[in-house]
Design a protein around this ligand. Structure first.
Ligand code: ACO
Length: 445
């Protein structure tokens, strides 16, 4: 099949959030640390009423309903997540509740920190392109609840789910052959304590691994994408990144500009700010704060055009782990008009600690007429800014209390959640009970 890509997309994020300015004060962190230092505005979080199953149930049902896709039209369903609530039973198996009249659905869960959603997506694309494809759509859902122990990583949490419908003749096409990966073994962020929702994290190391993976993927992508002359950031129109916190996204984009500069002598006049970096190797500059500042300055105008439109959900909800990168793409599509993306290329960088990473690209269809598939896809995402502002902002003390409750109860059986269901958005699934055999039941608003 031709033009395999994204046919529809749905984003779900919690209806409650905590404000990062208030959280800075509450935590006694320096004023500006979470907002300016990390680039965050609000952080979405879940009460004990939501788990990874409910998030995925919500995103998948809304996607099917809003796009009038029937359960029989789905031939493969892939889940990417690192929010493990069962060591054997997949989230995918729970989602089969939504397919009572169609048990012929391939696919299970894929896990590697924030990368699971991307590998799930790659699996779905491969299925559509394979001899096993039966002509139906593939559906991918990336869902996570990102929570950290109290301390400096806590403000980089978040939660959410993105569901994506994959098939041929799509308005957003995955560019064939333009996929670069970098994978290696490292202990930067992992979850060895199976009774805790929290990761063990070496924050500084994870940032260094992320940026090094980006450098490597960008080099490899450039080798594949260059036609004649070398690839530079100008050859991509938009750049979306996995977003642990938005400041890292800005630094990431500036690394691409820095690599362009260090590897293309003809760019020396384009970025005069980088004059004093000339002659260094990219590896030498990793972790160098002065180079980081200069690169961010040099890249700033391009960042505002090519990446800023994709950080809305990252800024407002925080890290959604596997869903984060796809929240970036959805943000871009929610703030742009079809005519502004039509015919253009977006690069997507996915990073999952441990580590697995990839940089690949999509192309938006030329057809952007009001009834085009591209316009329809984008119109279903256009309510994101409105939904973000309709959330309830909860005081930090209440946020802390809810985190404590999750800590104490998330792994319990014979448990009835107590969280408020009044504030949940329409269409949200929520947990009603975990029985004595850990069997979970859900209802829907
Ligand atoms: N006003 C403005 N900026 C400030 C202030 C202030 N009052 N105080 C600090 N800052 C700046 C710092 O200068 C720094 O910015 P810089 O790095 O651009 O110089 C930034 O705020 C953060 O401050 P740090 O002291 O570096 O923060 P800390 O070490 O306490 O924690 C960290 C940050 C490591 C990101 C932590 O939140 C963490 O571990 N998060 C989870 C790990 C993570 O997200 N890793 C990324 C990739 S892996 C993944 O996706 C999970």
């Amino acid at each position: 099949p031709d033009d395999v890509g994204l046919l529809a997309m749905e984003v779900y994020f919690p209806s409650i959030c905590v404000n990062q300015t208030e959280l800075e004060k509450f935590d006694g962190a320096g004023s500006g640390k979470y907002t300016i230092g990390l680039g965050q505005t609000n952080m979405g979080f879940c009460t004990d009423r939501e788990d990874v199953n409910s998030l995925a149930l919500t995103a998948v049902s809304l996607l099917l309903e809003k796009n009038n896709v029937s359960q029989q039209d789905i031939g493969r369903l892939e889940v990417g997540t690192e929010t493990i609530i069962d060591k054997s039973k997949s989230v995918k198996s729970v989602l089969m509740k939504l397919f009572p009249d169609n048990t012929s659905v391939e696919g299970i869960d894929t896990t590697n920190a924030c990368f699971g959603g991307t590998q799930a997506l790659f699996n779905a694309i491969s299925w559509v392109e394979s001899s096993s494809w039966d002509g139906r759509f593939a559906l991918v859902v990336a869902a996570d609840i990102a929570v950290y122990a109290s301390g400096n990583a806590r403000p980089t949490g978040g939660a959410g789910a993105v569901a994506m419908l994959i098939g041929p003749n799509a308005p957003i096409v995955f560019e064939r052959g333009l996929r670069a990966v970098h994978m290696e073994h490292v202990y930067d962020f992992y979850k060895p304590n199976l009774s805790s929702e929290y990761p063990v994290v070496d924050g500084k190391l994870s940032i260094q691994c992320y940026l090094n993976a980006l450098d490597t993927c960008y080099k490899r992508y450039g080798e594949k994408a260059a036609n004649g002359s070398g690839y530079t950031v100008e050859d991509g129109d938009f750049y979306c990144f996995h977003s642990p916190f938005v400041k890292l996204v800005q630094k990431s984009f500036s690394r691409l500009v820095l690599q362009d500069y260090l590897t293309n002598p003809e760019l020396k006049d384009k970025y005069p700010e980088l004059e004093q970096v000339r002659g260094k190797t990219l590896q030498e500059t990793l972790g160098d704060k002065d180079v980081e500042k200069l690169s961010m300055k040099a890249a700033n105008d391009l960042y505002n055009v090519k990446t800023l439109p994709s950080v809305l959900l990252g800024t407002e909800v925080g890290n959604m782990y596997t869903a984060s990168l796809y929240g970036g793409l959805a943000s871009l599509l929610s703030v742009k008009k079809p005519s502004e993306v039509s015919g253009k290329r977006a690069l997507l960088f996915s990073y999952g600690s441990g580590l697995a990473s990839a940089l690949y690209s999509v192309r938006f269809s030329l057809n952007h007429s009001p009834d085009s598939p591209l316009s329809r896809l984008m119109s279903t995402l256009s309510d994101i800014p409105h939904r973000l502002s309709a959330r309830k902002v909860v005081p930090p003390a209440e946020f802390e209390a809810i985190m404590k409750l999750r800590e104490e109860t998330h792994h319990k059986c014979s448990y009835s959640p107590v969280g408020d269901v009044q504030n949940l958005f329409p269409g949200t699934y929520y947990l009603t009970n975990v029985d004595e055999k850990f069997r979970r039941t859900y209802e829907r608003v």
